[in-house]
Design a protein around this ligand. Structure first.
Ligand code: FCB
Length: 476
């Protein structure tokens, strides 16, 4: 059953945008074509032991050669919009200098074909594929990378600025900085908390500088945004210590990114909490004003909540793990696992985190339109008789879309929802083992098969409504 239950429809406002998202390195393949340079993810994936089973993005979903097929699938789903990322090393193979016309033209054709099919292109400039030459000069630990990024942004804007109305500078700077330089799970694979915080600042500076350069190149009225994976952080108990642990984790995961952009600079408690690691001298006078350049919309990616506490022995039946290097300054805190359903990644399924984040953004920050730019789940899907039954993903999407509906009904300004992901793809350090697509990809044949969740999502888009999870009160 992939239709909607008509008795339980929760309708969205007219004009609500329904989309699907992907990222360049995860789907494109064609890593040596049309002058593309090498990125940190090529290097990382080709380094032994970094990615499960030695998988790489060399071929991925071969989207570079199958754009026409993939756009036809988007049309079949009835997508209003498609969120993709531009590979920096296709545009500037070494991270600086003039545009590589053949590489940039791939995105010109993509955008033109999308528009031709009535699908709105939503463009992200950086989804983690830094040109390797810039890494050789220090990557995001080097302040100059922020200037290089602003130059790259201008090259893309000058070429396709007239056709794309919604731009995001960065996807999830949290991951680039903390997984790349803190825990080492992502490229470039470094493990140093001070460098992770330095990288986070340079990424935010890059966002601010790129926002300035986009404004200078894009037609008036074009929307500029950033995409953040905010963490829904909860204390493990009602003790003052657990609340303080949650405050600290929130500062490093959320307020470090939100406050300089939407309020007034880096939070004082964050600087105090991390003073044993860094003196923050990488922040120069005037940087926070650049980061605070006005944006038009905030992209929010949400997958799961995080429950934290100070380090203490686990209670019977409780599972605790030290917070990893992905939480700089929080080495004395634990993440606490709670009972409940999880995805194939082992990520807890709890849509309340999404609802709480949306309400919190409205409560704590100046008004800004929000787009859910990623949300979804991986499960070990199989094609059986030409079909893919994925009730767990469908249930995950239903619950989370219903949570978005609840926030919209409460007056939170959410403009749209993008499922992660259109296609199964290269899931970073997990390689092809984890399937997030609503469309199944059989990698040896590159055959695409719509999963049940894709058929259901098409009905959601058509109705501009989701059928409420059972147990949830019906509303209009
Ligand atoms: C997000 C990334 C995206 C994908 C999903 C599962 O953090 O932006 O590329 O890997 O997680």
């Amino acid at each position: 059953m992939t239709g909607l239950d008509e008795r339980r429809l929760l309708r969205f406002p007219d004009g609500f945008v329904w989309g699907a998202a992907t990222a360049a390195y995860q789907i494109e393949g064609a890593v040596a074509e049309d002058g593309r340079g090498q990125s940190i993810w090529d290097t990382f994936a080709h380094t032994d032991g970094r990615v499960a089973r030695g998988d790489t993005g060399d071929v991925a979903a071969d989207h570079y050669h199958r754009v026409g097929t993939d756009i036809a699938l988007m049309r079949q789903l009835g997508l209003d919009a498609y969120r993709f990322s531009v590979a920096w090393p296709r545009v500037q193979p070494t991270g600086s200098g003039p545009a590589n016309v053949a590489g940039l033209d791939f995105y010109v054709r993509l955008v033109d074909q999308l528009i031709g099919q009535g699908i709105t292109p939503v463009l992200t400039l950086y989804h983690w594929d830094l040109p390797q030459e810039l890494q050789d000069a220090g990557g995001w630990a080097n302040r100059d990378t922020a200037d290089r990024f602003a130059e790259y942004a201008a090259l893309v804007a000058e070429r396709i600025g007239d056709r794309v109305n919604l731009w995001s500078t960065l996807n999830e700077p949290w991951c680039s900085a903390y997984l790349g330089y803190g825990s080492g799970e992502h490229a470039p694979g470094l493990q140093d908390p001070a460098t992770a915080l330095t990288a986070a600042h340079h990424l935010m500076l890059a966002h601010g500088r790129a926002t300035q350069s986009l404004r200078a190149s894009l037609p008036t009225g074009t929307n500029v945004s950033i995409v953040l994976n905010l963490a829904a952080v909860y204390p493990a108990s009602d003790t003052p210590e657990a609340h303080d642990a949650a405050r600290r984790a929130d500062a490093v995961a959320n307020r470090l990114f939100l406050d300089p952009m939407l309020r007034d600079g880096y939070p004082a408690d964050l600087i105090e909490d991390t003073k044993a690691i860094t003196d923050w001298s990488f922040v120069h006078p005037g940087d926070e004003a650049i980061i605070g350049a006005p944006i038009d919309l905030l992209g929010l990616n949400y997958y799961m909540p995080a429950i934290v506490d100070v380090r203490r022995p686990a209670a019977p039946g409780e599972e605790r793990n030290p917070l990893s290097g992905a939480w700089p300054g929080c080495a004395d805190l634990d993440g606490v696992a709670v009972e409940g359903p999880v995805t194939g990644m082992g990520w807890p399924i709890d849509a309340r985190g999404l609802a709480d984040l949306l309400h919190r953004l409205r409560r704590d920050y100046p008004p800004i339109p929000i787009m859910i730019t990623e949300n979804g789940a991986a499960f070990p899907d199989k094609v059986d008789g030409g079909e893919v039954r994925d009730p767990a993903r469908l249930g995950y999407l239903r619950e989370h879309i219903a949570a978005v509906h609840g926030a919209v009904a409460d007056g939170v300004d959410v403009r749209g929802y993008f499922v992660w992901s259109l296609l199964d793809n290269f899931e970073w350090a997990y390689g092809y083992e984890q399937r997030f697509g609503i469309i199944h990809v059989d990698y040896p044949t590159q055959q695409r098969t719509l999963k049940d969740s894709a058929h259901w999502y098409r009905e959601v888009i058509r109705a501009n409504a989701v059928d409420a999870p059972s147990g949830q009160p019906q509303s209009g």
